[in-house]
Write a protein that binds this ligand. Structure first.
Ligand code: OGA
Ligand code: FE
Length: 329
């Protein structure tokens, strides 16, 4: 990758460790819900040949979700909620197109400012060669991990084909993720769930639930003063790498410019449901459990008040002038 394409950010960061599948430390980190890059899983080795030509010939005639953006950012939003929310301006546009149409859109990008990003859950519309490649993923290894860490079902595999420069802005997912890089390089910037207060997510009922309101490249410190305290851990993933993104960990993912290669990045992720609740909850809660509690409180209030816009006011009435750090002492 081209090191000139690495954005500069106003915070120091640590490096995510890069370890082997054979290293016991790898499993200790995953068990502790800490990110790690595993360099030699061969998880998606059978997909190493998935360049645009091969995909064109073998993906089949199905339709794919392709997002377009007038900036290099592709902020996720819930389209059902976006439709209900009149004042919301969609940050990207979603298209349902064939693979050849996607290739046309990619070509057009070189002469406009528009960027494109294919993000499609792998399903049974793909051709037989892709199905064969998929069956040759290292299921043995991931299934063993799933069992060892007590994760729930594999919920989906998302195929991501992005243009260099594309950014998926900082957000968290409510699933465990093995993020497998196939071609090109991506910079992944992760923040632990104990930095929730620094990242100011949109309200849970907002179309951009789980997304931070802070723009990492241009943080508004007046609105988001605690963002000054963020301390991410980051890494660049390349072909063959698998990044473990623990559930509820914030992440921003940026496709880097690569010299020589075609200017696209290809990734497939493996999203797993989290582990079941333990029989006995231990205190203090983990940062992840705390986020989950906050989400449930917000959801309950939005439902009870039948109006998401009234949640903030009610929470303020409860807290302001009453609860301080020492309210009960
Ligand atoms: C994810 C994710 C975005 C990207 O896999 O959870 O946020 O651009 N991916 O790869
Ligand atoms: Fe994500």
């Amino acid at each position: 990758f081209d090191s000139n394409s690495i954005n500069k950010y106003p915070f120091p960061s640590e490096q995510i460790p890069r370890l082997s599948v054979a290293d016991p430390e790898t499993y200790r980190l995953i068990k502790e819900s800490k990110p790690v890059i595993i360099t030699d899983t061969n998880l998606v080795g059978s997909a190493a040949k998935w360049d645009l030509n091969y995909l064109h010939e073998n993906l089949g005639k199905g339709l794919f979700y392709v997002y377009t953006s007038n900036t290099n950012k592709f902020k996720y939003y819930n389209s059902n909620r976006a439709e209900q929310c009149k004042s919301f301006v969609n940050p990207t546009e979603r298209h349902h197109v064939t693979f050849p149409q996607f290739l046309q859109m990619l070509k057009r990008c070189s002469c406009t400012d528009e960027k494109v990003y294919l993000q499609q859950i792998l399903n049974d519309t793909v051709g037989t060669n892709i199905v064969d490649d998929f069956l040759q993923f290292n299921w043995d290894w991931v299934n063993k991990c799933k069992a060892a860490f007590g994760w729930g079902q594999l919920s989906s595999n998302l195929l991501l084909i992005g243009l260099e420069g594309n950014i998926t802005p900082v957000h968290y997912d409510e699933q465990e993720n093995f993020f497998a890089q196939i071609s090109g390089y991506k910079r992944c910037i992760l923040f632990s769930p104990d930095q929730f207060d620094c990242l100011y997510p949109h309200p849970v009922a907002h179309p951009c639930d789980r997304q931070s309101q802070v723009d990492l490249s241009n943080p508004d410190y007046k609105r988001f003063p605690k963002f000054r305290n963020v301390r991410p851990t980051e890494a660049i993933v390349g072909p063959g790498d698998v990044l473990y993104i623990p559930m509820y960990w914030w992440h921003q993912i940026e496709s880097l410019l690569s010299r020589g290669l075609p200017p696209v990045t290809v990734s497939v992720n493996f999203w797993y449901k989290g582990s079941a609740l333990p029989d006995k909850i231990e205190y203090p809660l983990t940062p992840q459990q705390r986020v989950s509690v906050m989400r449930n409180v917000e959801k309950m209030l939005a439902a009870a008040l039948d109006d998401p816009d009234k949640v903030g006011g009610l929470l303020r009435s409860i807290v302001e002038g009453r609860y301080t750090d020492h309210a009960l002492s």
